[in-house]
Each structure stands twice: as structure tokens, then as C-alpha cells.
Write a protein that binds this ligand. Structure first.
Ligand code: A2P
Length: 309
């Protein structure tokens, strides 16, 4: 048995600011759930909240942050630019800030490296007559990045980052001549999808990887894994604690989502994993015959995730 402890670990970003290694994920929660989750999390000691315009929950999150009474500079807040807003990130971020009731966010991420039609048949997920998402093919996400860069100088965000970017997308962005570097890349990461090459590339370029869906998203499928359970038993902790601790052991931010108070509280507790257990967790995907992704929206015919990466 080891004693789990509340994570207070922070990483240094390339801007010199700090980001708490553990934050609360908020995707797929109702307004009421998310308000209560954020309040519970902040009371429990979380100082990092991750949201997105695309989650549609910035208002209750902003209200919970305000109602927590914790001063703004003590909380790291991330939100994300939705794909129908790639032509005007400034107004998109201002709208997010107004919903959050904040003057700035700590991190503004481009949610997906592709743009959708801002004047299509739906404000969030416009579709074409054939039913596919209405993607703008003659627009590159590197152009969006150029439009995002001034947001830092304008004081609307402390830093910028990307999300759902593979190694080749990161290279494309770095090769486009950056004035402002991405500090983070938020991607799906867990023992079934460890993305070792992406992590190595990100570390080489001083980009922190952030793990979304660290338990495998809806219904937390990784908690049923026998080899993770065995490691959890050895330490006398839950499988969730092992997975969250592993994410931090390998130097990534981790964003477990829960709307259940007791889970929110226990997900903040981590253990010091022995290297041999961290390495065993690193090999789980390979031992299962390859990586498994749980979150893959239908961006056809665009291939966002190249299985070779
Ligand atoms: P709930 O919100 O009802 O707690 P991920 O972070 O990978 O997206 O995982 C989220 C899923 O895992 C949600 O279904 C969440 O449900 C559940 N979950 C989060 N933390 C735990 C935990 N400690 N034990 C069991 N299930 C959890």
C-alpha cells in the first residue's frame, strides 16, 4: 500500500508560465452537472479547468469559477476555438470570455486543425447535402494560427496551443513560420493510445502534451483492463489513480472528466509510480496488438488521425 496524495505538480510552459499537471475535463456534462463539478473540483484543490466553446458549457463554468471565490490568478483556464470560427478567432475568443465572465484565459487552443463553413446550415456542425461535415478545403489551419497569434499581445489569452494534431500537423505548423509558439497540444492519450512518437516530438519542441479522455472517455473502458487492475492492486489504489498517475509520470497534463463528486475528489489523488510500472503501462497498447482510439468524430473525407503515427 502506498499513500496517494493530491497532485500539486505544475509544468513550465515555453512562455515561462506554469500549468497544473492535473485539470478537470468538462466534455459531455449538462450545465447543472458542470457547474457543480467545477465548484466541487475547485473546493477539492483543482486549479486547472478545461473547457471549449464546442462543449457549450462556458457559462456555467464561468459562474462556478466566480462562485468559488478563488482569485482568478490562482486558476488555469483553457478554452478552445471551434472549427466554424477559424476566420475570426478574435471574436470567437471574446465571445468565450464573455460567457466565462473572464478577462483572459490562460490557454486558447485550436480545437481541430481544420475549418468548417462559418455560413453553413448549422452554427456548430454544418453539413453538406451529402451529410458530410461542411469542411472548408481551401483553408489551412496554419492560416488560422496566424489569426490567433495577436490574441496573446491583446491580452485575451496568456498562451496559445493546438489540439488533435499529429506529428505531421505539428511539423506543418512549425514550418509555417511562427511568431507565437504553441505551448500545448491536447490529444486523446491513455494506455491504449500512448502516442509515444507524438510525445517524443512534443518534448523535443518544448510543447506539453495534454491528455483528454485519459480513462477512455464514456464509461471509462480502461478501468476494466486486467493489467492496469493488477498494478492498481499492488499499490492499493484504483485503476483510475494508476492511469492518472502514469500520465503525470510521463510528463503530460491529464484532464479526467467526471461529474461525480467522489470521483472528482479521488481523481486529484496520485501516486509516485515506480518506473517499471510506468514502463509496463507504456507497453499495454503494443501488447494488445496496437493502439485503440475512442474519440474520432466523422471528419470524412479528411483523415485527421493517421494510424501510422
Ligand atoms: P462520470 O462523469 O459519471 O464520473 P475520460 O476522463 O476518459 O473522458 O472519462 C470520463 C468517463 O469516466 C466518464 O464516463 C466518467 O463518468 C467516468 N469516470 C471518471 N472518473 C472516474 C473514476 N474515478 N472511476 C470510474 N469512472 C470514472
Amino acid at each position: 500500500m502506498v499513500k496517494a496524495f493530491k497532485s500539486t505538480k505544475v509544468y513550465k510552459l515555453s512562455t515561462g508560465s506554469s500549468i497544473p499537471a492535473l485539470g478537470l475535463g468538462t466534455w459531455r456534462a449538462t450545465d447543472e452537472e458542470v457547474y457543480n463539478s467545477v465548484l466541487t473540483a475547485l473546493k477539492a484543490g483543482y486549479r486547472h479547468i478545461d473547457t471549449a466553446a464546442g462543449y457549450g458549457n462556458e457559462e456555467p463554468i464561468g459562474k462556478a469559477i466566480k462562485d468559488s471565490g478563488i482569485s482568478r490568478d490562482q486558476i488555469f483556464v483553457t478554452t478552445k476555438l471551434w472549427s466554424t470560427k477559424h476566420y475570426d478567432p478574435e471574436s470567437a475568443l471574446k465571445e468565450s470570455l464573455s460567457k466565462l465572465g473572464l478577462e483572459y484565459v490562460d490557454l486558447y487552443l485550436m480545437h481541430w486543425p481544420l475549418a468548417m463553413n462559418p455560413n453553413g446550415n448549422h452554427p456548430a456542425i454544418p453539413t453538406r447535402p451529402d451529410g458530410l461535415r461542411d469542411i472548408v478545403y481551401d483553408w489551412s489551419f496554419t492560416k488560422t494560427w496566424k489569426l490567433m497569434e495577436p490574441l496573446v499581445e491583446q491580452g485575451l489569452t496568456k498562451s496559445l496551443g493546438i489540439s488533435n494534431c499529429t506529428v505531421s500537423k505539428m511539423k506543418e505548423l512549425f514550418d509555417s513560420g511562427l511568431k507565437v509558439k504553441p505551448v500545448c497540444n491536447q490529444v486523446e492519450l491513455h494506455p491504449y493510445l500512448p502516442q509515444h512518437k507524438l510525445l517524443e516530438f512534443a518534448k523535443e519542441h518544448d510543447v506539453v502534451l495534454e491528455a483528454y479522455s485519459p480513462l477512455g472517455s464514456a464509461d471509462a473502458p480502461l478501468l476494466k483492463d486486467e493489467s492496469i487492475k493488477a498494478i492498481a492492486e499492488k499499490y492499493g489504489v484504483s485503476s483510475a489513480t494508476v492511469i492518472i498517475s502514469w500520465a503525470i509520470w510521463r510528463g503530460t497534463v491529464v484532464l479526467p472528466k467526471s461529474v461525480k463528486p467522489e470521483r472528482i475528489e479521488s481523481n486529484l489523488e496520485i501516486i509516485e509510480l515506480e518506473d517499471k510500472d510506468g514502463e509496463a503501462l507504456n507497453r499495454i497498447a503494443e501488447n494488445r496488438g496496437g493502439p485503440q482510439r475512442f474519440v474520432s468524430p466523422p471528419w470524412d473525407p479528411v483523415v485527421i488521425f493517421d494510424s501510422s503515427e
